[in-house]
Write a protein that binds this ligand. Structure first.
Ligand code: HEM
Length: 145
């Protein structure tokens, strides 16, 4: 169970991150070039990134309860007893990623309220961009590669 979820979370991270990067680049380019926000391309890219991040969130939450590096690490060593590497996995990575995905979800909800393409692109660019930066800031890089 743990191994399967861990491998899933590890591989899904590539897809979710790639789609999030594409969504941010697409929104910034749409904003700069003052394009029309289209339903068949811009909406789909943003929605696809949102869905993948939410799936990654659910898998991450399950992983948090089954992994020895998640909640059990805190239960075993206590907050103060964690090394910085262990704290990254058990506290910083989960907490910051939940905030990141909240930001992405806000960006998606806000963009729907606007009719103008530039405001839609701006909402996606800012909120998805913040989410992307937060996620990248707390990836356990050394463990991933
Ligand atoms: C888009 C959001 C996320 C991304 C891109 C992401 C990415 C990753 C990556 C690349 C790893 C290292 C995987 C490996 O060792 O091969 C990892 C580990 C982990 N993640 Fe996430 N994660 C995300 C969200 C979350 C969330 C929301 C939680 C929990 C609430 C979470 C919990 C964990 C845990 C506990 C580990 C350590 C697993 C272990 O080594 O046993 N992740 N994550």
């Amino acid at each position: 169970m743990y191994e399967t979820i861990q491998v899933l979370h590890s591989y899904l991270a590539y897809v979710a991150l790639a789609m999030l990067i594409i969504a941010v680049i697409n929104a910034v380019s749409g904003l700069v070039s003052k394009r029309i926000f289209t339903m068949d391309k811009d909406l789909r890219i943003s929605l696809f990134a949102l869905i993948l991040c939410h799936i990654q969130l659910v898998v991450g939450l399950i992983l948090y309860f089954v992994s020895p590096s998640g909640l059990s690490a805190i239960q075993e060593f206590g907050m103060g007893g964690l090394t910085s590497a262990a704290r990254l996995l058990a506290v910083e990575h989960p907490f910051i990623n939940i905030l990141a995905i909240a930001s992405i979800t806000i960006g998606w909800s806000r963009h729907k309220k606007f009719v103008e393409g530039d405001k839609k692109f701006k909402s996606i660019a800012i909120f998805y961009g913040v989410g992307l930066v937060l996620i990248l800031s707390r990836i356990p890089w050394s463990q991933w590669f």
